[in-house]
Design a protein around this ligand. Structure first.
Ligand code: FMN
Length: 483
């Protein structure tokens, strides 16, 4: 284990990777080594429900549920979703209600419990902190999700993909079980429009619980402007920043200025996207560098620049403990070793409008014919955009849903072109694909940073897989803080 006790902050943050890729297993493995393991907080309600319908192999979900402070809520979830021995391979998973401003109580309970279970399991067997990652774009389930993670003692909340300026205050309030609010982003909403989401913990836990530890809050940003906004204007304390460059896996911040594409159709990043680290240092909060920092020389470079360390995703995404299904891991590793791995920064795949990195892999939605063969279905809805209807109410739409439905909700046709259903694809990536008409399985689509091409460096000699410990060992090689 790394002797980092004199350091207030971790040197390596294993980046949150949604959905379910940075699972409790991966985060636990990294935190056990004295670095910061981070679970993804994206769609954990759905993931818990599907793990239970798969028969809860190993009994881990049951163990987590047994520790939830309000047993009757945990029991209800167990009764609702657990299928002894797992559902039949061709049986569909149950459909959950989609999130909205008026999400049913059961769905909010599922969020609380699922976030609790993931963090509880990641914290088992060691005393180091564990973090949770949320995307600011996914706002509807946010408040109950954060509360569930806090009930399980999460040490860090990390958040990007938006401007999470109001989150520090949410953490302060929820630590005392006080009601917290969050303003929903609603396209077309007028200033005075009521779009405040309220979450009152006592409506759910009912009893008097002692105050919770307020987790540290780390904002993930890609520009000096956003970094300064977060530190100077946030509603409460921002404990640190991750500065993420555009080679990182997952969603990337769009380039500044007008979107321009190169000959491959990828977004072009330029001088204006460069982050001035001197200005970041001047903000006076610890920071970590992300996006191609999964090498010892890059860690050394980050430390020399004044960073507290690095956040690394891609290297951990393909290790044994990650939630990515094995056939995808093996196929991509084979491509890497053959020198054929490719990552495409797709400017339009994600309904969020953010560029999204896609590893090119046969049999996944990265292939045009597989994408074209999939009927558009939107039944999970995490990436839906809230908008104001002509009647003045709030409704929800996703640019990857059936085109006619999207247009009937006032969406424009240009937005639908080449959009992909990330929600279903990401569930397929972690081995929980929905089954359609008893025969068609949803296909995945793997995201990865440009660093994919180099992950062979983590393989121990003669091995064809590597562990989170191999990543950490390789990274820390040569630093003062040797594992
Ligand atoms: C498979 C994968 C999924 C990711 N998902 C998320 C996510 O859900 N939220 C997030 O903030 N960052 C996400 N990221 C970014 C990582 O947390 C991390 O910042 C990034 O991977 C660092 O750059 P690297 O990939 O070059 O190591 C993801 C990265 C990968 C590789």
């Amino acid at each position: 284990m790394c002797n980092l006790s004199k350091h207030r902050f971790p040197i390596v943050i294993q980046g949150g990777m949604g959905a379910g890729l940075s699972s409790w297993r991966l985060a636990q493995a990294v935190s056990r080594l004295g670095h910061l393991g981070v679970v993804s907080g994206t769609a954990l309600d759905l993931i818990l429900a599907r793990r239970l319908q798969d028969g809860d192999p190993g009994g881990h979900m049951r163990r987590g549920l047994d520790h939830f402070p309000i047993p009757k809520i945990a029991d209800r979830i167990w009764q609702e979703y657990y299928v002894p021995g797992g559902k039949a391979a061709r049986a569909p998973y149950k459909t959950l209600p989609t999130h909205s401003m008026e999400s049913p109580r059961e769905l909010r309970e599922l969020c609380i419990v699922a976030n609790f279970v993931e963090v509880f399991l990641a914290r088992e067997g060691h005393k180091h902190p564990v973090g949770i990652n949320y995307l600011e774009k996914i706002q509807l389930p946010l408040l109950p999700s954060i509360y569930g993670a806090m009930l399980a003692g999460v040490g860090y909340v990390l958040m990007g993909a938006g401007i999470p300026i109001k989150v520090p205050r949410v953490l302060d309030r929820l630590a005392n079980h006080e009601p917290a609010t969050y303003l929903l982003q609603v396209t077309g909403a007028q200033e005075n429009y009521d779009r405040t989401m309220v979450f009152a913990p006592k409506e759910f836990v009912g009893c008097d619980l002692s105050p919770l530890t307020r987790p540290k809050f780390i904002a993930i940003v890609a520009s000096n402007t956003l970094a300064a906004t977060m530190v100077k204007k946030a509603d409460g304390k921002v404990d640190g920043l991750v500065i993420e460059g555009h080679t990182a896996g997952g969603h990337n911040a769009p380039p500044r200025g007008k979107l321009q594409l190169d000959e491959r159709g990828e977004a072009i990043y330029g001088e204006r996207d460069h982050v001035d680290l001197a200005k970041i240092r001047d903000l006076g909060v610890p920071f970590w560098l992300a996006g191609g920092y999964g090498r010892p020389e890059k860690l050394a470079e980050a430390l020399a620049s004044g960073a507290a360390g690095v956040q690394v995703g891609t290297a951990f995404a393909f290790c044994k403990e990650s939630g990515l299904r094995d056939d995808y891991k093996q196929a991509l590793m084979a491509k890497v070793l053959a020198g054929e791995a490719q990552v495409f920064t797709d400017p339009v795949a994600s309904p969020t409008n953010f560029p999204f990195k896609v590893a090119q892999l046969e049999g996944t939605l990265s292939e045009q014919d597989i994408y074209a063969a999939r009927p558009r279905i939107c039944d999970l809805g995490y990436l839906r955009e809230a908008y104001r209807t002509a009647a003045g109410t709030i409704d929800y739409r996703c640019s990857a849903e059936p085109v006619t439905t999207y247009l009937s909700k006032g969406g424009i046709v240009e937005n639908t072109v080449a959009r992909k259903c990330l929600c279903n694809a990401l569930m397929a990536n972690i081995g929980h694909p929905q089954v359609r008409n008893s025969k068609h399985l949803e296909q995945g689509m793997v995201t990865s940073g440009n660093d994919l091409t180099g992950i062979g460096r983590f393989l121990p000699q003669g091995a064809d897989t590597y562990t989170a410990a191999d990543v950490v060992r390789t990274l820390m090689h040569g630093t003062l803080f040797r594992s």
